[in-house]
Structure formats: C-alpha cells, structure tokens
Design a protein around this ligand. Structure first.
Ligand code: GLA
Length: 382
C-alpha cells in the first residue's frame, strides 16, 4: 500500500523537509492510499484509492469505471457510516450492476432510438436500453480502466483520472480526451471536475451515478429522507423514459421539491409520470442564475442527522429513487438492496438533448474545452 502523507506533501509544497513536526500536528488523518484491488477481465490491474481528510471522512475510488466504492461520513453522534451502495470487492462491479458509484460517459442518461444527427450525419449508437442508448452504451466510461494519479496539498486529497475514448467508440464521433478529478477537501466536500476535448464535433454529457442512503448503505429505503431540489420545472417522460420535450412546472405536482419534502410523501401517487418512472426517475430543470456552482439539491436524513448538498454548474439533475433495485443484488456487508434503498442525484444536461433542439446544447467542437463541476457537500450532521 502506497501512502501520501499529507503532512509530508505540505512540507514538500512549502520547501520544507518531510516530517516537519508542526505540519504533522495539523494533518495526521489526511492521506491518500493506493491498494491493489484485482484485475479486469482482460488481466489489467485495478487500484483502489482512498482519500481521507482531516476530519476522518473517507472516499474510496477505483480506477475501473472511476467508481466511488465508499463514502464514510459522521452521523450526529460522530459515528462514521458508509453512505453509498456498492460491493465489498471488485467482482461485484465486474458483473452487470446498475452503475453503482460509476462515472458515466460519453452520454449520461438516454438518447432516443440510439440515434442522433449532427452536421447532417446520422450517428448510430449502441442500443442497451431496449431500442434506446443509456449511460454511454454497452461499454461506457463506467466499464473502462482510467489512468489514475493521486496527489495531495495542504487542505485536500485528489485523484485525477484520464481516459481517451477512440473515434467511433460506442458509435460516437471524435477522439475524446477526458479528465475527471475527484477532490476531497477538509470542508467535507467531494468535488468532481470534469473536462474534455475532442478532435471532431461530438456530443457529451458526463456525470456520476452514486446511490446514496444517508442512514447508511443497506439500512432500509430512502423514503424518509427530506429532499429539496431547486427546480421550478422538470422534463416529463414518455413510456420509454425519454423526455417529451416539455418543460413542465412542478407546481401542484408530486415533483415539487422546492421546499424540503419526504421522498416518500408522494412517490406512490396515482400520477402518470411516477407510474412511468416506477417512482422518481426524472430530470429537473435547475433554477440557475449564472454559470457558477449553485445549490441544486439538499437532502437530510432524520435518524442520522446526515445532510448532503449538491452544487453544480450543470443545467439539470436526474433524481432517481432506485426504482429498478429489486432485492437481487447483495451489496456491501451482505446487505440486500431492495427497491428504493438508494437515491441518485446525477447532475447533467437534459436526457436526449442531441434530439431535442430546444434543450441546452451538448455539442462539443474541436478547440473547445468541456468543463463542468459538481460538489457533493456533507455539512455537519444536525
Ligand atoms: C438511471 C436511469 C434509470 C436507470 C438507472 C440505472 O439513472 O435514469 O432509469 O436506468 O440509471 O438502473
């Protein structure tokens, strides 16, 4: 196991000798560790990186799929629990699973009929959700091995992941060079910076697919979590979960989370949209005032007191309530994941944007920099 002791890293940054006593006092808990975590089906090494901040909060991430395998945060009594769904070892992740913790690309969410037209050319993508394309296709960014580099400075631990997707991969045009940086700060923020460039016009929509349960993973369903989503509108879906193109006001619907509301308060209402999604599986149109990081969602869990805030530069967020979990997957610590045992808040551009001229554009051109940031912030438990 390789460790970067942050005290030493600070000392290096300041031009001091490693082991400087005063620095050790300030940063003993902080570290980045790296451990061998198994092999891909084609025999390549998978590593697990664990970032620890000064408060003892930890985030573990694999270079396979850029998957967040665990996030441990304190409850109101200070007890650390793992609050994301996943598996105890790499084997679970190498099988088919619903994108637990994974980086999603090239295109998060659905593209109708796995087809889009760009500059007059029709592109056929891999169809992996009936006739539609979902989360990047058959072998999306959740199933590739990323090049990883860990680092640390005075107040944060980082993992930088890079992947070059070939022209034509899963049907997408252009060679895409992608970088994702996970940063854990001493403020208990898990920051994710996504960037990319292309050599041909293409479309792109990167996100992360972590499933949260703030009571602790495997500790029942998430229906009593209180959810706030800063969105006056959402994008209703058809029977194939593809947006109809409408931006519908949430007012007077079960989609009104502008004030904190228990996730379970209306989830089983007799509402066509909820029936189609089997619960919430919808993109919310965030109320944005500019292009900086803005609060998109805030979730609190009454028993543990844990709070999660999501800040993003993105225009949308997919609120998914784990409706397809059905008790067939056994996760960490032998916990069986039943329906609605986790929720996802996937920051994104709207689903099917390449086929929806009225939605914000997801086109990336040569010479442009794709750049988005999302923060999963864990304020002190209440
Ligand atoms: C998403 C989709 C859901 C489902 C899950 C994975 O977030 O919106 O419909 O496909 O991923 O199971």
């Amino acid at each position: 196991m390789k460790r970067i002791r942050v005290a030493a890293a600070i000392a290096v940054a300041l031009g001091l000798g490693a082991g400087c006593a005063s620095k050790k006092e300030t940063g003993e808990a902080r570290q980045v560790t790296k451990q061998a975590y198994g092999k891909t089906a084609d025999g390549r090494d998978i590593q697990l990186y664990t970032l620890t901040n000064k408060n003892g909060m930890t985030v573990a991430i694999m270079n396979y799929g850029g998957i967040i395998t665990s996030i441990k945060t304190p409850d109101r009594s200070g007890k650390l629990d793992d609050i994301v769904l996943g598996f105890d070892s790499v084997d679970g992740y190498l099988q088919t699973h619903p994108y637990f913790g994974a980086l999603i690309g090239r295109y998060g969410n659905r593209i109708a009929k796995a087809t889009f037209t760009l500059n007059g050319t029709v592109y056929k993508l891999a169809a992996n959700d009936g006739a539609n394309h979902l989360h990047g296709g058959i072998k999306g960014f959740d199933k590739v091995l990323w090049d990883a580099r860990e680092s640390a400075d005075a107040s944060s631990q980082r993992l930088e992941l890079k992947y070059v997707s070939k022209d034509g991969e899963e049907g997408y045009p252009g060679t895409l060079s992608t970088t994702v940086v996970y940063t854990l700060t001493d403020e208990n923020d898990l920051r994710i910076d996504y960037s990319a460039t292309t050599d041909k016009d293409t479309v792109l929509n990167l996100t992360n697919h972590s499933y949260f349960n703030l009571a602790g993973q495997g500790q029942g369903d998430i229906l009593s979590h209180e959810m706030m989503i800063a969105a006056d509108r959402f994008t209703p879906i058809d029977a194939g979960l593809i947006p109809t193109g409408e931006l519908k006001p949430v007012e007077g619907t079960p989609f009104d989370f502008r004030k904190p509301t228990a996730i379970g308060a209306h989830i089983d209402d007799d509402d066509e949209q909820l029936v189609r999604g089997k619960g919430y599986d919808h993109n919310f149109v965030l109320n944005r005032s500019g292009s900086d990081l803005e609060l998109a969602a805030r979730v609190s869990e009454p028993k543990s007191g844990r709070v999660l805030e999501v800040l993003t530069t993105q225009p949308g967020i997919q609120f998914y309530t784990g409706n397809f979990l059905d008790g067939t997957l056994t996760g960490k610590g032998g916990k069986v994941y039943e329906q609605r045992y986790g929720f996802c808040l996937e920051t994104q551009h709207f689903p099917d944007s390449p086929n929806q001229p009225k939605f914000p554009s997801t086109v990336l051109k040569p010479g442009e920099q794709y750049r988005t940031t999302t923060l999963y912030r864990f304020p002190k438990a209440q």
